[in-house]
Design a protein around this ligand. Structure first.
Ligand SMILES: [Zn+2]
Length: 508
């Protein structure tokens, strides 16, 4: 049993001129044909014909009615002829698409399948972006309250207590927990004065059967008791609260399933001096920091570093996505041709460090001078346009040939009675069919051209993005760099020490 899918049609023309050559009739016919083809039932009460006057969303009364219908879930789908019929402004498009997504209403475009074309990517991007903005807004509202409390000089009421202290939630201050405070002092003494390794300190505390700081906070599914670990010791040694410094707004919740991350130091909010009574003297605490810092360097040198270009680097010879590989503690990118096919493609293994440096330098140069990206994009779109224009010309030529052929037939008929009328009739009908097909092709091509125009309009917002990012370029963490490369859709084609970089941010 299939359920009926109620579809609305949204058609729009401009009053100033018949934009891009699609009339209301063309749009309506296209949408109805699409509905029939895809098993959607057009709900006649929800056919919206807009004669466009204003620029803003609310200046389009029919679109407002359609949005109401979406909101009330009176329809299951919206059919629109082309993306720019629904909205030319990507922000407006985002608003409508996310409202529809939210209500489970499908939005479909007759001339543009949401696939891997630039327009499809644009739609996906806009949808994702709008959803993200909405999520950010909700998060921001709940954070504002917490921040206000921190600024008023109180520890967060919802915060967890720190080992060595109890939390006086009412007054927003810490008080000393004598038995835990003794352990904190012991840990500092063992690490700084006696030179015991963090691992060993943890082991000794476990041997004594002391509950770890998380013992009463975390519940494990397998009823395991949390124990002291190297990281537990390390966190205690690093904590500034033990010398009486208190901060709020230190930790940021990224997502429900991930551990919170430390905010940047500048964002922390210092709380009044009497918020936390000190347990350790400053000299001992600072000695501990220096010792940890020294050990950190060794630790980092031994650890495998992440691959910046993972998934973004391709073999310049065969085009395959390269694999990340380690030889003698060094990171490389390698073409998988040999592994996959048993035969080498001729591409040379790529050392990670130089190619990553070159790639990042390329991206930085582009962001500092967004015109570089603009030029790359502009260089690509006219070619597409040329191609489309050439196809349009070909079709127009064929159309006039068909029309001339029809005229010749009719002329022949009027000249001599020897040609039977049935034959003429059939030929004329055939020509009419072909004309209809050609006109449909033309409509498709015009829509593609409109899509290119949309892509080009995104360049403005790309430039604005670049300006925002420029200030942070040098301080970016690995993850931020990764995200930047992904936003700009960097592709590296490499072999040995030969690199070619391409940016393709048409989804902006
Ligand atoms: Zn290859």
């Amino acid at each position: 049993m299939t359920q009926r899918t109620r579809a609305a049609l949204y058609l729009r023309v401009s009053t100033t001129r018949q934009e891009e050559g699609y009339s209301l009739e063309t749009q309506e016919a296209g949408c109805r044909a699409y509905a029939a083809q895809h098993g959607l039932d057009v709900d006649e009460a929800h056919v919206y014909q807009e004669v466009f006057t204003g620029v803003e969303l609310w200046e389009r009364p029919q679109l407002t009615r359609l949005r109401e219908a979406i909101h009330r879930q009176q329809i299951d789908a919206v059919i629109c002829y082309a993306i720019d019929r629904l909205a030319r402004d990507p922000v407006h498009l985002g608003v409508v698409l996310s409202e529809a997504d939210h209500k489970g209403v499908r939005v479909e475009f007759v001339t543009e399948a949401i696939d891997d074309t630039p327009e499809g990517q644009l739609i996906r991007f806009v949808r994702g972006y709008a959803a993200k903005v909405e999520h950010e807004k909700i998060r921001e509202r709940s954070l504002r309250g917490k921040r206000a409390r921190a600024l008023s000089g109180k520890l967060l009421a919802g915060g967890s207590s720190l080992y060595g202290y109890d939390l006086d939630r009412e007054n927003g201050v810490r008080t000393i927990n004598p038995s835990e405070a003794a352990i904190v002092r012991e840990i500092f003494r063992a690490y700084v004065t006696d030179g015991v390794a963090m691992n060993d300190i943890a082991r000794r505390l476990n041997a004594r059967g002391l509950p770890s700081p998380t013992a009463h906070k975390r519940v494990y599914a397998d009823a395991r008791t949390p124990t002291w670990r190297q990281a537990t010791i390390r966190n205690i040694l690093l904590h500034e609260a033990y010398i009486g410094e208190s901060y709020a707004w230190k930790w940021q919740t990224v997502s429900r399933n991930k551990a919170p991350v430390l905010r940047r130091r500048e964002e922390w909010i210092a709380l009044p001096k009497d918020t936390t009574p000190p347990l350790i003297d400053r000299a001992t605490w600072e000695a501990a920091q220096r010792k940890i810092e020294t050990n950190r360097g060794e630790h980092a040198r031994n650890r495998e570093r992440p691959a910046l270009l993972r998934g973004l680097i391709f073999c310049a010879v065969c085009g395959r996505r390269m694999w990340v590989d380690w030889y003698h503690k060094r990171l490389y990118y390698r073409c998988p041709a040999k592994t996959l096919t048993g035969e080498r493609c001729g591409g040379v293994i790529v050392q990670a460090k130089p190619v990553e440096e070159a790639a990042w330098a390329h991206v930085v140069a582009c962001i500092r001078d967004p015109q570089l990206i603009e030029r790359e994009l502009m260089a690509a779109t006219p070619q597409l346009d040329q191609q489309v224009i050439a196809e349009i010309e070909t079709i127009n030529r064929r159309l006039s040939q068909v029309v001339r052929g029809q005229e010749r037939l009719l002329a022949r008929y009027s000249e001599s009675e020897s040609v039977p009328w049935e034959l003429i009739e059939r030929e004329v009908a055939r020509a009419e069919d072909e004309k209809a097909r050609l006109r449909a092709d033309l409509v498709q091509l015009e829509a593609r051209r409109a899509g290119h125009n949309i892509a080009r309009r995104q360049i403005g917002s790309l430039t604005a993005w670049c300006e925002r990012v420029t200030a942070n370029l040098d301080a970016m963490t690995f993850d931020e760099r990764r995200r930047t490369l992904e936003v700009l859709a960097l592709r590296v084609f490499a072999s040995g020490f030969e690199y070619d970089f391409r940016l393709d941010p048409q989804v902006f």
